[in-house]
Design a protein around this ligand. Structure first.
Ligand code: NAD
Length: 338
């Protein structure tokens, strides 16, 4: 093979033979070069036509991006691109590509699982039974009929809509707050309302916004104080969207009824975190997206994104579609994977 392009993978977490083979067919050599710090990434990617990454913390800062002279595309095995300075990439003419739809089903399934487990207090009951306290369920009460509850979706993008579609079968009232979605929307009977109304009226609150300047700490002390004392907050988006100190106070001082978190401010959750001590909190280790199927899907999308961008086409999910690319790109719909 005489590759025309070089794609550098800077996270290198698994065996990339699938990607290597498929990219080679498009004339692209995939090289793993593990790089963690900004300086390491700059050195590793100096000759890269494409940069591929997985890590939620990999620092694709403005400084790193300014030092990528050949790069046409940064592709991430993820939906959230909060660790990539998308503004700097846009200014530099670099397309940022995510895998927007690879885990919509998995994360919405996970949100539904956390919502129902919280509403039915499944984890507390399980602990009572294991401790031999068969009648302990009385401590986990009161339970409410799910169809009598109101579900509030913070953000109404792909994952929230899939969550609403699945929860619609439980015949709850469903509210959503999303400043970028004009209401009312008829889809699944979702009522679009302002965030403060959603926080006041919802029994179950499920968060589905991207992490950014506008959403960091969006659910903080004021939000928690405005919720019902029985409200459950489910977060499958990004940890810092919730002000974790405020959440801990809200749980400790019983401003809210509980929480279910797939994501937390610091991951992995530190051993000393008080979140581990609350009976009314469910914790999962940022596995909302995980399944064999979503992994296959994300790998295929990353290959398509890099192959397309380097051979003259838009990737399927550009995060910065208004970028003026370093070389002209034809529509994604015309791309055929070699
Ligand atoms: P999406 O882009 O389809 O939807 C995000 C929605 O949030 C959009 O409708 C947007 O308008 C809305 N939004 C933006 N700012 C808002 C604000 N201030 N208030 C209310 N709404 C706002 O994204 P998605 O596919 O639904 O994913 C949502 C988030 O879930 C991702 O950004 C990612 O961080 C997270 N995620 C987590 C996992 C996991 O493993 N737990 C996996 C995938 C994605």
């Amino acid at each position: 093979m005489n590759p025309r392009f070089l794609a550098v993978n800077i996270d290198c977490n698994f065996d990339y033979s699938f990607e290597t083979e498929r990219l080679a067919a498009a004339g692209i050599e995939l090289v793993p070069r593990k790089a963690v710090t900004e300086d390491e990434i700059i050195r590793a990617c100096a000759d890269a036509d494409a940069v591929i990454l997985e890590g939620a913390k990999t620092p694709m800062t403005a400084r790193v991006i300014a030092a990528l002279p050949r790069c046409q595309v940064i592709a991430k095995y993820a939906v959230g691109v909060d660790n990539i300075d998308v503004g700097a990439a846009t200014a530099a003419g670099i397309v940022v590509a995510n895998a927007a739809d690879y885990c919509t089903e998995e994360v919405s399934d996970h949100a539904v699982a956390l919502l129902l487990a919280s509403a039915r207090k499944v984890m507390s009951m399980d602990r009572f039974v294991r401790r031999g306290e068969w009648a302990g369920f009385t401590k986990a009460q009161p339970l409410r009929r799910v169809s009598q509850l109101t579900l509030g979706l913070v953000g109404l993008g792909r994952i929230a809509r899939a969550t609403a579609r699945k929860m619609a079968g439980f015949q709850m009232r469903i509210l959503a707050a999303d400043p970028y979605v004009a209401g009312p929307t008829a889809e699944g009977g979702i009522e679009i309302v302002p965030l403060d109304q959603l926080l006041r009226e919802s029994d179950l609150i499920s968060i589905h916004v991207p992490l950014g300047a506008e959403t960091r700490g969006l659910i903080g002390e004021t939000a928690f104080r405005s919720m019902k004392p029985t409200a459950i907050v489910v977060n499958t988006s990004r940890g810092p969207v919730v002000d974790q100190e405020a959440l801990i106070r809200a749980l400790r001082e019983k401003w809210i009824g509980g929480a279910a978190l797939d994501v937390v401010a610091e991951e992995p959750l530190p051993a000393s975190s008080p979140l581990r001590d609350f009976d009314q909190v469910i914790l999962t280790p940022h596995t909302g997206a995980d399944s064999v199927d979503s992994m296959k899907h994300v790998r295929r999308t990353v290959v398509e994104s890099v192959s397309a961008a380097l051979t003259g086409y838009w990737p399927p999910f550009p995060v910065n579609p208004k970028v003026a690319p370093r070389s002209g790109l034809k529509p994604w719909s015309e791309f055929r994977q070699p």
